[in-house]
Design a protein around this ligand. Structure first.
Ligand SMILES: [Zn+2]
Length: 260
């Protein structure tokens, strides 16, 4: 499958990345996030779970691991130029697409008012020959549902306006992780692939063996994403144009997947 290179974001667009675990965003989209922030855009992360089960070590205290992983996530965000991280601190491994989670994400969309939201693929039951983590699907489901229609509709949780003054908000651009195999855009991350590697290495409790082989593994994934494009390294997404404003001239018509 050949995917055309595309850029949809204008100079002032703000990006919100919503993922299940500390380190998910780094694997999924850190090269794109670093590119967008280097171009002057603001980026905010929302991390849904506390990541407190992310170790095979029985001696590790889950509460200590959660605190450690928040610190690692802040370190990765500093590398990438992400200005703020919101931790929802749900229990790792048990995330579900509840109305509560959807409300939390929709509330943060109304707080931060991003033009673009990036999240995990709720339809990805399997990724290649692996089973996708259920938290990844749950956060993708809740986020997609929050983007449309919950953040947009005043009568969803009107108390968000009456109690907190939070106006409804329309997200213009939705990027869903391309790992489920339905990608229709790629972002050129050649200039930021080393920042992606540095941000991944910030998750020291997860990347326990930060060897040159690990770095090369990250580059090889990005090289595979770039195959058939003019890019050396890329990240791929399934893209939806949702807002009223037209996307850039290279973009597809609203909600039209590209097949090439
Ligand atoms: Zn994860």
């Amino acid at each position: 499958m050949t995917l055309p290179p595309q850029e949809h974001l204008g100079p002032g667009d703000r990006i919100m990345v919503v993922v299940a675990h500390p380190d998910d965003a780094e694997f999924m989209c850190a090269g794109s996030v670093a590119k967008w922030t280097r171009e002057g855009r603001e980026a905010v992360y929302v991390i849904a779970t506390n990541g407190n089960k992310g170790t095979p070590d029985r001696e590790v205290d889950p509460a200590e691991l959660a605190a450690l992983r928040e610190g690692e996530q802040r370190g990765a965000c500093a590398v990438l130029g992400v200005s703020k991280v919101e931790f929802l601190r749900h229990e790792d491994g048990t995330l579900q697409n509840t109305l509560q989670l959807r409300r939390e994400v929709a509330r943060l969309i109304r707080v931060h008012r991003p033009s673009a939201v990036v999240t995990e693929d709720p339809t990805a039951r399997f990724v290649g020959n692996r089973i996708n983590h259920p938290d990844h699907r749950a956060v993708g489901d809740a986020t997609v549902d929050a983007v449309f229609p919950s953040a947009r509709d005043f009568h969803m949780w009107p108390e968000l306006y009456y109690e907190e003054g939070l106006e409804p908000h329309v997200v213009d651009h939705l990027y869903v992780s391309g790992r489920g195999g339905e990608a229709n855009v790629r972002i050129d991350v050649a200039a930021t692939i080393e920042l992606k590697i540095a941000a991944l290495r910030a998750h020291a409790s997860q990347v326990r063996n930060p060897t040159p082989e690990f770095d090369e593994f990250v580059r090889s994934m990005a090289r595979r994403n770039a195959e058939g494009s003019p890019y050396e390294y890329a990240e791929s997404f399934r893209y939806f144009h949702l807002g009223a404003r037209p996307p850039s001239q290279n973009a597809p018509p609203p909600n039209t997947p590209i097949r090439a």
